[in-house]
Ligand binder design. Structure first.
Ligand code: GDP
Length: 365
């Protein structure tokens, strides 16, 4: 599953945001009974009007959205990479995720103590990212040293050690791996395989503001936006507190609540959408009377790979896929009508899935 780790200094609003995510999970928990509940994980449905529209047409027994796992990684403080405050365990948890949501405090409030006694988002980001870099450097250093010892027996390791040392130097100067310009060379990919460097992951900077900060961007927010832009990273602005209050409200109440804050979309929806987009994911749908369901794949996946989202055996046994474009499905209303109109296509192994495709697979078991 797609997973995003939530990091940030203490008292910036991580738990408040995570509570909102957990409530969003519990609001849908009947649909996700198969998920094991873990205290630091929230499995949250991806909001998508298309799955609602398909369900209205098909009227299935149940509907299931794509989900994103959010992992709460509390306990990250200055010194974490040296093992302070259980730091290393938390860093290990982030290593397993695919992207990072970095929550930054962008609100003033004298009642909420800031661990460094003042609100300064750029400094805060720097504190956290320094720990992440230090942790990665340790891991990379170990790997490079081990390889250097093995060069005598295996000359092919030479170039990897050379490239690894260059990356180490770059990171020791305070840089994150994901800004290194030679990260996708063959040697580097091979070297970094299974190291799961935290700073090579995509980052979404999440400015947490108070209720007043939603309509207008304060200077804290502007500084984070600028930093995100310079890094080529994603950015979202939320109010964690508002998100908590928003969960559980229905339709009209929900809309009114958003409107009273001067926004059109919830922050959770923005985060989930941004996360999905940042990781290059798309959804396709299966639409039967038992279940209408969204499946998550990488943009660019060919049909057999896409089938594996449903079951790993489907990839090997793939024969072909019957595909209806989302707009066509909505226009004609049923699969039979699509077939009659000639918009149901039979696609083979080379077909690249499009976002929103409605699909039937034919496969060997
Ligand atoms: P964590 O340590 O990063 O998990 O931070 P918490 O979620 O515990 O939040 C720390 C304090 O900031 C709590 O008292 C929250 O109520 C407050 N807080 C968090 N988000 C917001 C927000 O969006 N607006 C306001 N006004 N306060 C917030």
């Amino acid at each position: 599953a797609l997973s995003i780790g939530i990091v940030g200094l203490p008292n910036v609003g991580k738990s408040t945001l995570f509570n909102a995510l957990t409530k969003a999970q519990n609001a849908e928990s009947a649909n996700y009974a198969f998920c094991t509940i873990e205290p630091n994980k929230a499995v949250v449905p991806v909001p998508d009007v298309r799955i609602d529209k398909l369900s209205e047409l098909v009227k299935p027994q149940r509907t299931q959205s794509s989900t994103v796992d959010f992992i709460d990684i509390a306990g990250l403080v200055a010194g974490a990479s040296k093992g302070e405050g259980l730091g290393n365990k938390f860093l290990g948890n982030i290593r397993e995720t695919q992207a990072i949501l970095h929550v930054v405090r962008c609100f003033d409030n004298d009642d909420v103590i800031h661990v460094s006694n003042s609100v300064d988002p750029i400094r805060d980001i720097d504190i956290i990212e320094t720990e992440l870099i230090l942790s990665d450097v340790q891991i990379l250093e170990n790997r490079v040293e081990r390889m250097a010892k093995q060069i005598k027996g295996d000359k092919s390791l030479g170039p990897k050690v050379e490239e690894g040392k260059k990356l180490l130097e770059y990171m020791n100067n305070g840089n994150q791996a994901n800004t290194y310009d030679k990260l996708d060379t063959d040697i580097m990919v091979e070297l970094l395989k299974d190291l799961r460097l935290i700073t090579s992951k995509k980052v979404i900077y999440c400015a947490n503001v108070d209720e007043d900060g939603l309509t207008e961007d304060n200077d804290y927010v502007k500084s984070v936006m600028k930093l995100a832009e310079e890094r080529g990273a994603a950015f979202v602005k939320i109010s964690a507190k508002m998100e908590e209050e928003l969960i559980g409200l229905e339709d009209e109440e929900y809309e009114d609540f958003l409107e009273s804050y001067g926004v059109t979309e919830s922050g959770l929806a923005k985060i989930i959408r941004t996360g999905f987009h940042t990781l290059g994911m798309i959804s396709y749908f299966t639409a039967g009377v038992k279940e209408v369901r969204a499946w998550t794949i990488n943009d660019g996946d060919k049909a057999p790979r896409a089938a594996a989202a449903i079951h790993t055996d489907f990839e090997k046994g793939f024969i072909r896929a019957e595909v209806i474009g989302y707009e066509d499905y909505i226009k004609h209303g049923t699969e039979a009508a699509c077939r009659a109109a000639g918009v149901l296509r039979s696609e083979g192994k080379e077909y690249v899935f499009k976002d929103g495709d409605v699909v039937h697979f034919l496969f060997n078991v």
